[in-house]
Design a protein around this ligand. Structure first.
Ligand SMILES: [Zn+2]
Ligand SMILES: [Zn+2]
Ligand SMILES: [Zn+2]
Ligand SMILES: [Zn+2]
Length: 383
């Protein structure tokens, strides 16, 4: 209880606190004690002190606790200040896009800095600097690149990959049988609009034409292929994918893959999905799981619910349940029944909360309902 010696009097108390703020040493402690006012003299005499000892002790304990508290607060404030400086300075250093991350040279009229394509966190004055900095930057770059990829991958697409019917502007159903692609213009028309057009043509005794571009309906397979090839030459992704599908049916797998690659390069989610399957199963190409995953992710980003479903399965297989659930939720929100069924299983197993499952149920219903119309229902009933 060294503190007891200098524990009386408010002036001394204040002096002690100030002392603690700088350096706390026994010598200084004693020096402070020696400057004590006359009121503390009884403390030197044991006999006289006996009567006051209890009071002094209580006061000393109180002061000791106060002292420890002050020390704690001071220390906390110091660390807070220290770390707040550290934390705030770190992103500044990362986001300092005015200097080359490797050599530190500042950008000017002659020196243009280029961002790291993978992470967008740093800039370099040239390829040499980027290469030299690679070993230091690699880990951070990979981490940020993965985060950026996930941000894109787990974003809910606005609609499924089929998009809308260009005539009635309603979302197309996931079931491919409920719409048809016109080879003349490569537009996918819902059965409702197709049916309404056909009915009108019959009633008015008109020749059959495409409900969208009014091109005469092909009379035979030859004309259909001719139309399709014209769109392929125009580099239409729908036509390229469609021709790939035809090549697959004919057994020409290599040619199918070539057309899908062309369509995928133009952003066609359906073609990405076919490439995912081709690389996964090694059909028409050498088996390549890395490429397969890349294409299934691209398809999923483009709103392909089956691609989401396959990704969920892949994540589940690797024990990454949380990611699997995210994929299933997105697929269910796009109206995929199978994804909703699997999500229900996850809910039963305690992997999904009641609120999240209820939200997915509502979103799934809304997505399915959005593809319905009286015209489409009439077509379904009569065709
Ligand atoms: Zn540089
Ligand atoms: Zn990077
Ligand atoms: Zn329509
Ligand atoms: Zn057409």
């Amino acid at each position: 209880m060294t503190c007891q010696k200098q524990s009386t009097g408010s002036k001394r108390h204040a002096a002690t606190w100030r002392q603690v703020g700088h350096t706390w040493r026994a010598g200084q402690h004693a020096a402070i004690a020696s400057k004590k006012p006359a009121t503390s003299q009884p403390h030197r005499n044991k006999k006289e002190a006996n009567s006051n000892s209890k009071k002094i002790m209580m006061l000393s304990i109180f002061e000791l606790v106060s002292l420890c508290l002050t020390l704690y607060i001071l220390k906390k404030q110091y660390y807070y200040y220290y770390y707040s400086v550290e934390v705030s300075s770190e992103p500044e250093a990362i986001n300092d896009d005015t200097c080359c991350a490797s050599c530190g040279i500042a950008a000017n009229d002659d020196i243009k800095l280029k961002k790291c394509n993978a992470c967008h966190l740093v800039k370099y004055c040239g390829v040499k600097c980027q290469r030299e900095h690679r070993s230091k930057h690699k880990r951070e770059c990979k981490k940020r690149a993965a985060e950026l990829r996930d941000e894109i991958l787990f974003k809910q697409p606005e609609s499924n990959h089929h998009g809308e019917c260009p005539i009635c502007c309603l979302p197309l159903a996931l079931d491919a049988k409920k719409s048809a692609m016109m080879t003349c213009c490569s537009k996918t028309i819902c059965n409702g609009c197709d049916y309404a057009n056909s009915t009108r043509e019959i009633e008015e005794n008109l020749g059959q034409k495409c409900p969208f571009c009014r091109h005469p309906t092909p009379k035979n397979q030859e004309e259909t292929v001719k139309n399709l090839m014209r769109r392929v030459e125009a580099n239409d992704p729908n036509a390229l994918r469609q021709l790939g599908n035809r090549r697959l049916k004919e057994g020409n797998h290599e040619s199918a893959v070539e057309y899908w690659i062309n369509a995928a390069e133009l952003g066609d989610a359906g073609a990405h999905y076919h490439l995912h399957v081709a690389y996964r199963d090694g059909v028409g190409v050498e088996k390549d799981m890395k490429k397969s995953i890349y294409h299934v992710e691209q398809a999923a980003i483009g709103g392909h619910p089956e691609a989401r479903h396959n990704l969920a399965y892949e994540e589940y297989r690797n024990g990454r349940i949380e990611r699997a659930v995210k994929h299933l939720t997105i697929a269910a929100n796009l109206g995929l029944d199978e994804a909703l069924r699997m999500l229900r299983e996850c809910y039963k197993g305690g992997r999904v909360t009641k609120e999240d499952f209820a939200a997915a149920l509502r979103a799934h219903k809304a997505a399915v309902d959005a593809t319905k119309s009286p015209q489409r229902e009439e077509a379904e009933a009569k065709w």
